[in-house]
Design a protein around this ligand. Structure first.
Ligand SMILES: Cc1ncc(COP(=O)(O)O)c(C=O)c1O
Length: 421
């Protein structure tokens, strides 16, 4: 169908049609057409807490959270207050000079990361934080090669876009086949093989590869990853952009798996979805270049002072005992509801879980996509896993309550009834 036919058959308001036309004309024609063709003409207008509203009024529970960006909910009142406070006196700042907001935030972040992680590099995105991680590993080891997971996603900038699943990098003729080696998750023999030449700077992995639907590591996987990296002089980078910030039941998912990374990357929800920030936290050794080269990485917007001020407050909320308690209770409550649904609906074949991170598997190669659509119609927004469309990413917020979970479980049941073939 042409765009005009798609938009006419969508049954949407004139206002939404106009928004879609602008986006189709000036921004992303293929993306707009794809959502229309999938029967999901979503244009988000109002957003508050863990709910979003379409411009045409439909209300949806947000179980996508933009990968954890809205971990603490949309427009958390304390974070809005922090942003307003920052706007009274600050702007993005001048990245060449020291800054109070950056210093305070970096100290707080370093204190809340495991082991010896110490130096912080602030970027405008998770992608760039991964780029800097790769460059830092190369500088620290004097090696070029990077090993990553073939179903990992680490961003869309130059290096981050080419490491892990690299379809888009190849599409843009921007892959690095001589430098980047991709291996399957949970395959320690493949990792040993890739590292044994002694020429690999870093192994980069998400603790649970999000875009593959959050598969869990086998018992002992990450401790052995750590040992292999130590044996071969390779650094281990944990990309916690989707799995960090309390979502796993610990501050960082890698802490649940008994391995200490040399570098940790975070972003998305770090400033509550109100300001773009990515962060790389490194051991003193991995980040040794910061002692020699003050301008090795610079970014006008990386470490914006407004963003840092909000992020400091977001870290306080994320690490508060009440939040940890809410995560423990909500994740257990949601899990028991999901188990009960699985008993009654065999179409739901698999429940992957770590804290509030859930990956739901269905008995159909495109089951995750079918459920995305079916849930959308039932009033819940959750997105299929891009690299494994049997799975649905089902991302619960940190601060929800039981009534919110009950409402979601009801919608899931309705959607399961409708999607079960
Ligand atoms: C695991 C992971 N790493 C890195 C990124 C890139 O972050 P950004 O979109 O802020 O560049 C993403 C984005 O979805 C991600 O999911």
């Amino acid at each position: 169908m042409s765009f005009d036919e798609l938009i006419e058959s969508a049954g949407i308001s004139d206002r939404k049609q106009e928004i879609l036309r602008l986006n189709h004309e000036y921004l992303a024609p293929n993306r707009v057409e794809s959502w229309l063709a999938a029967g999901i003409p979503l244009v988000i207008a109002k957003r508050e807490g863990y709910r979003i509203w379409d411009v045409d009024g439909a209300e949806l529970q947000d179980f996508h959270l933009n990968g954890g960006t809205y971990n603490l909910g949309h427009r958390h009142p304390d974070l809005l207050a922090a942003m307003r406070e920052a706007l009274e006196t600050l702007d993005v700042g001048n990245h060449h000079f020291p800054s109070e907001a950056r210093g305070v935030f970096a100290e707080k972040l370093a204190r809340n990361t495991p082991g010896d992680l110490h130096y912080v590099v602030l970027t405008p995105s998770g992608s760039e934080a991964n780029d800097v991680a790769i460059k830092s590993a190369r500088h620290a080891t004097g090696r070029r090669k990077i090993v990553a997971l073939d179903q990992g996603f680490h961003g869309a900038s130059g290096l981050s876009g080419a490491v892990g699943e690299d379809t888009n990098a190849r599409y843009f003729n921007s892959d690095f086949p001589d430098d980047f080696t991709m291996i399957p998750f949970n395959d320690l023999d493949a990792l040993d093989d890739a590292l044994k030449g002694g020429d690999v700077a870093a192994f980069l992995a998400e603790p649970l590869p999000a875009t593959a639907g959050f598969p869990l590591p086998d018992d002992g996987y990450f401790p052995t990853v750590r040992k292999l990296c130590d044996d071969y002089g390779t650094l281990f980078i944990a990309d916690e952009v989707q799995t960090g910030l309390g979502r796993s039941g610990s501050m960082w998912a890698i802490e649940r798996f008994g391995a200490q990374p040399d570098m940790l990357v975070t972003g998305k929800g770090i400033a509550g979805g109100l300001y773009p920030i990515g962060c790389l936290v490194m051991t003193r050794e991995a980040g040794s270049w910061l002692k020699d080269n003050g301008w090795g990485y610079v970014s006008t917007f990386g470490g914006s002072e407004i963003g840092c001020h909000i992020a400091s407050r977001a870290l306080d909320i994320t690490t508060a005992p009440a939040t940890t308690k809410a995560v423990r209770e909500n994740s257990a409550y949601m899990r028991s509801g999901l188990d009960s649904l699985q008993d009654r609906y065999p179409y739901l074949t698999d429940i992957r879980q770590l804290g509030v991170i859930f990956g739901l598997g269905f008995d159909d190669a495109l089951g995750g996509m079918r459920m995305t659509r079916s849930l959308y119609k039932s009033g819940l927004w959750a997105m299929f896993a891009g690299f494994d469309r049997r799975y649905l990413q089902f991302k619960l917020g940190l601060l929800v309550d039981k009534a919110y979970c009950d409402e979601a479980l009801e919608k899931l049941e309705t959607a399961l009834k409708a999607a079960t073939p």
